[in-house]
Design a protein around this ligand. Structure first.
Ligand code: NAD
Ligand code: TYD
Length: 353
């Protein structure tokens, strides 16, 4: 019989890529546990939702009773935990949800997983993969890289909530022997990315003749990874990762924000030229900087490469072309995910979009 894996946040950007990977490339049965916040969209899973190995459970990870019931019902061999509030700007405007889902929700999952794990006869086959971010390491200057040994130094409400949940996950390994593996990945981009984050926001604003908002002078640096490469890293961490360890994931694709926006404009200029013949870069608008804006993130992925054999398949140049084309081809998805809660939030909190 097929083994069962839980994926929390499977209706989100990265979670849906993980679910598609598990259904299309492995034999696992997947139970997608998701609350369906503004960022969760079952439409992102259309290509796999009819598969007999895919199950959806509409559950808030903070709900102890329902999570316990799910463990007892499905007997999973592991849990890939991605459910989170994930947008830094939202965490600045309203940090409460981040504390609730990212910290309290992770605590609840760890506790439910511990009770379930303690009841297992065969303890060798279970693992809890906690998916985290490079943002827990803080902000770099012009040189250097984050790695597994970098001290935590979170600076935004989002990264502080993720760092807290990482600490809880570590503590549950050391104190209760729960087999936990943590991954810390760089900025992802790709298909089904909610259009509030830089890359999909810029693609969509460009096509709607709206300003392309670049914070400050656009000099901040992020290290970009195509989402499917991250999904493969998470699966490897589950299948081969050592309990109690953390693995840093990144593909050495550092770009300033202005470079990212200019590349998108150039690709759009080729694929869908503006009616007036001008470049989309004319729409670039420098706006007030983000509060406490981390300057640079960059990752040294040597450990996951050498110990688990992980290798990214896409560079930024190949991934960004696919991504822009996907948004051009999937405007229905964009219109749909922006029609409800997200639009209300933007209307209340932003005037420059
Ligand atoms: P996302 O915002 O696109 O999706 C989050 C998903 O979690 C949504 O489907 C949402 O409905 C669900 N969710 C939120 N609160 C929930 C709750 N209380 N109970 C159940 N489900 C809930 O996020 P993403 O960008 O796909 O990120 C996924 C994970 O990866 C997060 O843990 C994030 O911290 C981490 N991460 C993200 C990046 C990135 O660049 N996006 C990089 C590294 C790590
Ligand atoms: P974002 O996609 O929100 O990811 P994160 O904050 O987790 O890195 O932002 C990526 C970078 O782009 C970050 O330095 C902030 C910047 N940014 C803009 O310049 N304009 C925007 O409209 C957004 C959303 C982000």
């Amino acid at each position: 019989m097929s083994k069962t894996l839980f994926v929390t946040g499977g209706a989100g950007f990265i979670g849906s890529a993980v679910v598609r990977l598990l259904i299309n490339k492995t034999g696992y049965t997947v139970v997608n546990i998701d609350k369906l916040t503004y960022a969760g969209n079952l439409e992102s899973l259309k290509s796999v939702s009819d598969n007999e190995r895919y199950i959806f459970e509409h559950i808030d990870i903070c709900d102890k009773e329902k999570i316990t019931q799910a463990f007892n019902k499905y007997n999973p061999v592991g849990i890939l935990h991605l459910a989170a509030e994930s947008h830094v700007d939202r965490s600045i405007v309203g940090p409460g949800e981040f504390i609730q889902t990212n910290i309290v929700g992770t605590f609840n999952l760890l506790e439910c997983a511990r009770a379930y794990y303690d009841s297992l006869e065969n303890k060798d086959s279970f693992k809890f993969v906690h998916v985290s971010t490079d943002e827990v390491f803080g902000s770099l200057g012009n040189t250097g890289y984050f790695s597994e040994t970098t001290a935590y130094d979170p600076r935004s409400p989002y990264s502080a909530s993720k760092a807290s949940s990482d600490m809880l996950a570590r503590a549950w390994f050391h104190t209760y022997n729960l087999p936990v593996v943590i991954t810390n990945c760089t900025n992802n981009y790709g298909t089904f990315h909610f259009p509030e984050k830089l890359i999909p926001l810029v693609i969509n604003n460009a096509m709607r003749q709206k300003p392309l908002p670049v914070y400050g002078r656009g000099e901040n640096v992020r290290d970009w990874l195509y989402v499917d490469d991250h999904a493969r890293g998470i699966l490897l961490a589950f299948e081969k990762g050592k309990s109690g360890e953390n693995y840093c994931i990144g593909g050495h694709n550092e770009r300033t924000n202005l470079e990212v926006v200019q590349v998108i404009c150039k690709i759009l200029d080729e694929l869908k030229p503006r009616a007036d013949g001008k470049s989309y870069s004319e729409q670039i608008t420098f706006v007030t900087d983000r509060a406490g804006h981390d300057y640079r993130y960059a990752m040294d992925p040597t450990k996951i490469q050498s110990e688990l054999g992980w290798k990214p398949e896409d560079t930024f140049d190949t991934g960004i072309k696919k991504t822009v084309q996907w948004y051009l081809d999937n405007q229905d998805w964009v219109a749909h995910v922006q029609s409800g809660e997200y639009q209300k939030w933007v209307d209340t909190n932003y005037t420059n979009r």
